[in-house]
Design a protein around this ligand. Sequence first.
Ligand code: NAP
Length: 268
Amino acid sequence: MPQSLAGKVAVVTGASSGIGWELAKQLAADGCKVGLLARREGPLRALAAEITAAGGAAAVAVADVSDRGQLEMGVAALRAALGPVDLMVANAGVGKPTFLDPVNVADVEDMFRVNTLGVVYAFAAVMPEMLARKAGHLVAVSSLAGYRGLPGEAAYCASKAAVNVYLDGLRIHLRGTGVRVTTVCPGFVETPMTATNTFHMPGLMTAAAAARRIVRAVKAGRKVYNFPWRLHLMVKLSRWLPDGVINWMMGDYNEEAKNHFGSTPPVP
Ligand SMILES: NC(=O)c1ccc[n+]([C@@H]2O[C@H](COP(=O)([O-])OP(=O)(O)OC[C@H]3O[C@@H](n4cnc5c(N)ncnc54)[C@H](OP(=O)(O)O)[C@@H]3O)[C@@H](O)[C@H]2O)c1
């Protein structure tokens, strides 16, 4: 039976843009008091104003999710403004290509800090209070990319694979505590992250449509929510494809990444 979100306190990281922005709006429309967290204050304030103008409740915290201290302080400020956190949506993320020569180590580090450690820190900031209250819901926005290492995307895929496996373990470990865990793995969504892609993105959907699906999955208490299903199936089947075919399929992407990011040719 779907859980009601009315009156719950939800924190959304990465709420200043894309999926996080739409998620926060839809959670607020469902009656949540929403804590909006990201680095850019301007868009967070604009979203908070939109939510309150529509009759909802919102508070803003400026923090970098890759900095545990900042994230803890941000969540503490949101807790003070809205109350104990019932739902933590660790959504903030960055996507950059992975190059070979030279290896863009700083980008790789950034992806693991934001995409992986950002989830660990966000959950750590609310786990003790959820365990004490014997209630709560931890949600991470991961990616279908976490199911398959792709040439030119190796680090992004790995950062999301780590999230998926981390949440699998947490979910089992938290059984019987009253704290739920949901892993969300979207396919392609129209946001600033994908805005510069010119290659075909199968199953591309708007951020609003993706957020609607995610909120439904959260309410239903889904353990893992992969969507859209056709792309999920393709990704799962791709695990059986030979490496050469995957490399050929990713050729356009790697050409484009090279042009956009000006690095050396990636996969040979
Ligand atoms: N778009 C897709 O096709 C797609 C597909 C699968 C999964 N995803 C995942 O969905 C999530 C949202 O992505 P999106 O597409 O909505 O991208 P987006 O529009 O670029 O938004 C990314 C959000 O993350 C925040 N963020 C980035 N680095 C941060 C940091 N260090 N500290 C705090 N916040 C940070 C950004 O806010 P500030 O810059 O203000 O900090 C922004 O609000 C990501 O985890 C992404 O990997 C996206």
